[in-house]
Write a protein that binds this ligand. Structure first.
Ligand code: MV4
Length: 526
């Protein structure tokens, strides 16, 4: 006699169950909050938002179905408060949280806290995020996956002796990096052995101050390299695609100023190859949702793995423009259990896209911060131009947050048309009341080396003096002043009524109906 026993398949360690997403809490501000909100609206998902006291009267707060104050202006007292954000999510009845970029976007404790609260974190699992956040662990993962990593130590160097031994073997110059790092914090170039000890002390204390972790390791320093990164999407069904590269070499002090896709340095064959390397890292890390795999590209076209960014990035629009994929929509769909929006074969780049980050910094004075009220704002538009910004005339650019005023994104059939459109757009744009990087962009977009694509990560620094001279000191601009006066007068008359409070925004009724009528998110046909 055989007794039929219920078939109990051994549960996987972490079953990836996804639930439908009907309401998303946006745990961010500015242009990315608006970008996420737009994706929500197009999906029929209800967007709600948290905001600091400083952001009460901003466009994303105005446009959300509900808005929840979470504290004073400093990020540590508002946008970084996991408890307050989860409280808001519970109060709003949000199924999911989108972290945007910055703030808590790559905080694995936050991702874990969301999971523990039964709220879908729109991003990778806390586990994958923790792994990618540890640079030594990510290097180990990439190495095991057969991906070229920059020659370096595979363990957190415990002492100066280990570092010295490595440096002698690899040869100077070397680069000290924080194991918990990223973004260049805790990095030190060491060109001679005499400099090593003090560099290690410096790197350690900076790493401790920035990450609460003084683990430091070393790599061979690569020079004259490009920063090339691969966008990926991976779903919960085990499928993953790459969406080509972005070239991000035009930067200073780790602040990217111009990004483009594709890269002049990558042809179809190397795109295939490097895209494949990125996917290997992603698969090895059990990573899902949107992510970026960073490489340094050397003069011989070799790509060296650097790190994984476990978030949607500022420069994601250039990828959207050349692939036609809405990356933020894809993030939400993936988090809800949906499938990838396209097959690998359908993701070849079409044409060329470029992004200029317009920052509230004065390029005529070494990019010093230029906060203040935007007296007037004229945004470019027209063929092939997209502008991502949440700012309106009269809004304040505060020192409390990043300096991004707007992202101007241009698309053209080729790089030449793309640049021509970008030049035209930058020349149309007016930001009065604060200094911006617009003059820098105007100069770079006419620079022969830039136009020839002869750029690397040190290009801006190397040309700082020449670019500075070309930019010149800003003089009085009569048109700017006139526009400013007119717009300020109009703003004073009809600006801001009361900002929406929790649950009673102008959208609230519409939002609730939309909520009831919303179809559940279905995986898109592939
Ligand atoms: C490097 C490097 C050269 N050699 N590693 C910068 C931030 C962090 N993501 C790693 N970074 C670099 N790592 C080796 N072995 C040069 C940089 C680097 C950099 C990389 C990409 C874009 C801009 C950069 C600016 C300075 C340094």
């Amino acid at each position: 006699m055989t007794k039929t026993r219920p078939v109990t398949r051994k549960a996987k360690a972490r079953p990836r169950v996804a639930r439908p997403i009907r309401r998303v809490l946006i745990a961010n501000r500015g242009e990315i909050a608006l970008r996420v909100m737009r994706a929500c609206r197009e999906l029929g998902v209800s967007p709600v938002i948290v905001h600091s006291e400083a952001d009460r009267d901003t466009l994303p707060v105005r446009l959300a179905d509900a808005a929840y104050p979470i504290g004073p202006a400093p990020a540590a007292a508002s946008y970084l408060r996991i408890d307050a954000i989860l409280d808001a999510a519970r109060q709003a009845g949000a199924d999911a949280i989108h972290p945007g970029y910055g703030f808590l976007a790559e905080n694995s404790d936050f991702a874990q806290a969301c999971a523990d609260a039964g709220i879908t974190f729109i991003g990778p699992s806390a586990r994958a995020m923790r792994m990618m956040g540890d640079k030594v662990e990510a290097r180990r993962l990439a190495t095991e996956a057969g991906v070229p990593v920059i020659p370096g130590l595979t363990t957190r160097a415990a002492d100066v002796d280990t570092l010295r031994t490595f440096a002698r073997k690899a040869g100077y110059p070397i680069l000290l990096k924080a194991a918990a790092g990223g973004g260049g914090k805790g990095m030190r170039v060491v060109r001679r052995e005499e400099e090593l000890e003090s560099a290690v002390r410096g790197a350690r204390s900076e790493a401790r101050a920035s990450f609460g972790d003084d683990g430091v390791y070393a790599e061979k320093l690569l020079e004259s390299v490009r920063h090339v990164e691969i966008q990926i999407l991976a779903d919960l069904h085990g499928d993953a695609v790459h969406l080509n590269e972005r070239e991000c070499s035009v930067q200073r002090r780790h602040q990217k100023l111009i990004e483009e896709s594709p890269s002049v340095a990558i042809d179809a064959a190397s795109r295939d190859r490097i895209g494949g390397l990125a996917l290997r890292v992603i698969r090895a890390g059990g990573y899902h949702n949107a992510g970026t795999v960073e490489f340094l590209l050397d003069g011989e076209g070799r790509a060296w793995f650097m790190e994984v960014n476990a978030r949607i990035q500022v420069e994601h629009p250039v990828t959207e423009m050349v692939t036609g994929v809405d990356l933020v929509r894809a993030q939400i769909e993936i988090a809800a259990g949906g499938r990838l929006p396209a097959r690998q074969d359908d993701l070849q780049p079409r044409g060329w896209a470029m992004e200029c980050r317009i920052l509230a910094e004065d390029p005529a004075h070494n990019f010093r911060p230029s906060p203040g009220r935007i007296a007037a704002l004229r945004l470019p538009s027209g063929p092939g131009i997209r502008v991502d910004t949440a700012l309106r005339p009269g809004d304040e650019v505060s020192l409390h947050y990043d300096a991004l005023v707007a992202k101007v994104i241009a698309w053209g059939r080729d790089r030449h048309e793309c640049v021509a459109r970008m030049r035209r757009a930058i020349d149309e744009m007016v930001v009065a009341g604060i200094r911006t990087t617009l003059p820098f962009h105007r100069v770079v977009l006419r620079d022969p080396e830039f136009l020839a694509g002869k750029i690397d990560i040190a290009w801006v620094d190397r040309n700082a003096v020449a670019l500075g001279v070309a930019i010149g000191a800003p003089g009085p601009d009569e048109e700017t002043a006139l526009i400013a006066a007119a717009i300020v007068a109009a703003e004073d008359r009809d600006r801001r009524t009361a900002a929406p409070r929790a649950g009673i925004s102008p959208w609230a009724f519409h939002g609730r109906r939309a909520l009831m009528e919303t179809r559940q998110l279905r995986p898109p046909r592939n």
